[in-house]
Design a protein around this ligand. Structure first.
Ligand SMILES: Cc1cc2nc3c(=O)[nH]c(=O)nc-3n(C[C@H](O)[C@H](O)[C@H](O)COP(=O)(O)OP(=O)(O)OC[C@H]3O[C@@H](n4cnc5c(N)ncnc54)[C@H](O)[C@@H]3O)c2cc1C
Length: 350
């Protein structure tokens, strides 16, 4: 494994780690099919990683609570409840009085809520550390900081150039998986088009809660979402900004999140700001990842473009990529994520 920074230091270090396909995806969408499948894999995947790793991490299936303010927000939640019922997904509708009991930290101005018990959240930096420990214990090696600059398949061998152009060295391998997030478009593969992935900045606050009780679960409002942690801190996400490869935090971004979280959970106004995390979500035109072998380059696999749901989709991605390469099995859902699908418009090199 090669990483130009270190494992998990791209978008993943900024991620809130919420696993919530029934909020992120719409009814009947391809993203829902992928997200629901991956969510169903999480409990077993966590057990498998913990069994193989010397590192542990926090993972909680405590659900999500989405709250609405006013009639329009309430009818949006009612529509969501209706399609969840049609899909057979367990959920609970809460009127104003029930919401106050269920989540005392939610704003008194919130008019209704929708609880989805099957959603979960995970501590992403700790998960990455556990995955790396498990991989190393099973023989993987990792060179960092090392940049991949060029890849070419010639008959059954893949030639890879690593390092900066002045001192780059060639490698010959059987198979390459490109999982370079937003930077995937910068990895050049001989004879393949530029990968249509672009960065979308997200800023996220890490707050230390003070005098009030922590919210009991991940709470979602119209302008932000929150994730409580056992150490008494809360993550607040996230901005969505089209600013290229700019990974700075901004006053505007932080102020917007602070206002939004104070509206959702009033006790947040008394919390202290521990840090601001920033990451570049790898986005595609149809908001689905690019997963699968490259056309005419079967020994080069792309696993990128997971946009807002790369953590949710991690078990599914790991499973289909390994089964594809090691067992030559094609999961039927891969038809949705082919890197050469026509729903993607190509983008110029960046
Ligand atoms: C603020 C924020 C909140 C989020 N919240 C959630 C959430 O709650 N739930 C969820 O599921 N998802 C969430 N996401 C999205 C999720 O974080 C991403 O989809 C996911 O992290 C993408 O993972 P990745 O490994 O593909 O990319 P990255 O994590 O960006 O990793 C790419 C890696 O590739 C390396 N690299 C790039 N180019 C090269 C090269 N040429 N050579 C060698 N190495 C290279 C980089 O150094 C980096 O380590 C969030 C994202 C942000 C920014």
């Amino acid at each position: 494994m090669y990483d130009m920074r270190a494992p998990g230091k791209g978008a993943s270090q900024a991620s809130a780690g919420v696993l919530c396909p029934y909020i992120e995806a719409t009814s009947g969408s391809p993203l829902l099919a992928l997200g629901a499948r991956s969510l169903s894999m999480w409990d077993d995947w966590v057990a498998a990683v913990l069994a193989r790793s010397s590192r542990s991490f926090h993972y909680a299936r405590t659900g999500t609570l989405e709250v609405a303010f006013g009639d329009a927000g309430g009818s949006h939640l009612q529509q969501s409840a209706a399609w969840l019922a049609a899909e057979g997904v367990a959920h609970e509708w809460l009127d104003r009085a029930a919401l106050k009991d269920f989540e005392p930290q939610a704003s008194a101005l919130a008019t209704s809520g929708l609880y989805i018990a099957g959603h979960a959240h995970v501590d992403v930096p700790a998960l990455v550390a556990a995955l790396m420990s498990a991989a190393r214990q099973h023989g993987a090696t990792c060179e960092t900081p090392t940049e991949i600059i060029h890849i070419e398949q010639k008959s059954d061998v893949v030639h890879v150039r690593v390092g900066d152009p002045a001192s780059s060295r060639p490698l010959e391998v059987d198979h390459v998986v490109i999982a370079a997030g937003s930077w995937s478009r910068r990895v050049r593969v001989a004879g393949a088009p530029v990968f249509p992935v672009r960065p979308v900045r997200g800023q996220l606050l890490h707050l230390a809660w003070t005098d009030a009780a922590l919210p009991r679960r991940s709470v979602w409002g119209p302008r932000c979402y929150t994730v409580p942690w056992p150490d008494g801190t809360v993550l607040v996400g996230a901005t969505v900004e089209d600013v290229g490869f700019d990974e700075r935090s901004t006053v505007d971004g932080v102020r917007g999140l602070m206002d939004a979280v104070s509206e959702l959970l009033p006790a947040a106004a008394r919390a202290s700001l521990r840090s601001v995390r920033v990451g570049l979500r790898p986005a595609t035109a149809d908001q689905l990842p690019l997963l699968g072998p490259l056309k005419d380059h079967p020994r080069i696999t792309l696993a990128a473009g997971h946009y807002r749901n790369g953590i949710l989709l991690a078990p599914y991605t790991a499973d289909v990529v390994t089964r594809m390469i090691l067992d030559k099995e094609r999961d039927p859902l891969l038809a949705l994520t082919r890197p050469d699908r026509t729903s993607l418009s190509n983008i110029p090199p960046g």
